[in-house]
Design a protein around this ligand. Structure first.
Ligand SMILES: *Cc1c(COP(=O)(O)O)cnc(C)c1O
Length: 426
């Protein structure tokens, strides 16, 4: 399989190179040259299902023989499909938050790290983060030979638990607490990549959400979950996906295009309206992000929109629902009162979108809602609403006693270069 740029001005490359590069040199995003099939049998355990489903993307690439091991490393924690409310049996939640950092970013980060570690050259991963991604990449690369990870996050702009989750990982991971905001962090990472000397000396690579290595495992778990529900009900479940950068949304549409038994796809955003405006007007107008309580979806210019547009009809048919903060809060509270189930603010967007389906559409098939993070990660929002404490799941409980060891740095390229040259402290 070859991967081509959405802008069509860069040479086609194999999977390893697409993963190593992140973005294509013409500024576009890599997409597979063709949509492969057929799809694996339902009933396989997730790691085997993923290896079978993703095999066509690895065909002919140096990483091909490692695919089963990459999938075994990535999918080594539970992925339950639950029925949160016994009174609504057709509503299932796909709990994507049982990994080491409690959010679905763990899948992409672990898959990508497993690929990076096997590319056959030492690499330094630079990641600018405003929350979930940095922690997931730190957890996924801790203890790995051949890799170094520098996580840049804005000082004072992440919650105390997030700061711990960014700073607590051992070598070869180092968190940098940047004196600036998230845009400064991103600017520094871009400046480092644009510096030919730094980029070559440290063999820089990135783990941001446009990397195909993050999309592939998301297609696999969505495909697997849909196949499980289909095997049980003989119906194609609808998918409701909370989305920001459209990584998860694109993965859902792509998995359906490959022939996985997925019914209608409903993408849900928070108050950031770029996608819902586009769905109404067909005009794509990026805007500045607005802050919401579902902050991992605070995106005004979804980076994977370009990939979505490259998917031809009938593959990119989906609907969009926008859920504002008040409705997220009300949904968390209402579902807790009626069933005892606790959504995180992002997952609550999916639950609210389900509740807004017209009854006919809702009742005609099972629906799978992506629960993208554990509510403990957003305890400062959820606990006051419910008036009770949220217990951490085991993986998050396990890091509470760790110590954050972030290095404070000014927001300058010189400071980043110096950090790159330092050995990672044990
Ligand atoms: C990143 C994230 C999302 C949005 O995912 P995209 O791939 O950007 O669409 C939703 N929920 C949580 C908890 C996230 O961390």
């Amino acid at each position: 399989m070859r991967f081509v740029s959405t802008r069509g001005q860069a040479p086609a490359v194999g999977l390893s190179e697409a993963i190593r590069r992140g973005a294509a040199p013409d500024g576009g995003l890599y997409v597979p040259e063709s949509i492969p099939g057929p799809v694996p049998d339902a009933g396989l355990p997730l790691p085997d299902f993923a290896a079978a489903m993703l095999a066509p993307f690895f065909a002919g690439d140096p990483l091909e023989p490692a695919l089963p091991a990459i999938c075994a490393e990535t999918f080594d924690f539970p992925l339950p499909i639950v029925t949160p409310d016994p009174a609504r049996r057709d509503m299932r939640a796909l709990e994507l938050f049982h990994g080491p950092t409690g959010a679905f970013k763990d899948f992409g980060a672990r898959f990508l790290a497993a690929c990076f570690a096997r590319l056959g050259e030492p690499l330094t991963i630079l990641v600018a983060t405003s929350g979930d991604t940095g922690g997931a990449v730190g957890a996924a690369t801790e203890g790995r030979a051949n890799l170094r990870t520098l996580i840049l996050y804005p000082r004072g702009r992440v919650s105390p638990f997030q700061a711990l989750q960014l700073g607590c990982w051992g070598p070869p991971v180092q968190a940098l607490e940047v004196e600036g905001d998230f845009d400064d962090c991103q600017r520094l990472v871009k400046a480092a990549f644009a510096d030919p000397d730094l980029s070559a000396r440290h063999q820089l690579t990135s783990a941001n959400s446009i990397n195909v290595g993050r999309l592939l495992p998301q297609m696999a778990f969505l495909g697997w979950a849909a196949a499980c529900v289909h095997a049980e009900t003989r119906m194609n479940p609808g998918l409701i996906v909370p989305t920001g950068n459209l990584g998860h949304g694109f993965a859902a549409l792509y998995a359906r295009a490959m022939g996985l038994p997925i019914g209608p796809v409903r993408l849900v955003t928070n108050a950031n309206r770029t996608l819902s405006d586009w769905a109404e007007s067909e005009i794509y107008a990026p805007r500045p992000a607005v802050a919401t309580i579902a902050n991992a979806m605070d995106v005004g210019a979804p980076s994977n929109f370009e990939r979505l547009s490259a998917l031809l009809r009938p593959f990119h048919i989906f609907t969009v629902e926008r859920v504002e903060d008040d409705a997220l809060r009300a949904r968390i509270l209402a579902d807790y009162r009626s069933s005892g189930y606790v959504w995180c603010p992002h997952s609550a967007a999916a639950a609210e979108a389900y509740a807004r389906l017209d009854p006919g559409t809702r009742e005609e098939r099972p629906w799978l809602l992506c629960a993208t993070a554990h509510p403990f990660k957003f305890a400062e929002i959820v606990e006051p609403l419910l008036g009770r404490a949220i217990d951490p799941p085991p993986a998050l409980g396990a890091i509470i006693h760790r110590e954050a060891r972030a290095l404070p740095v000014p927001a300058s390229l010189a400071a980043l270069a110096e950090a790159l040259d330092r050995p990672i402290a044990p």
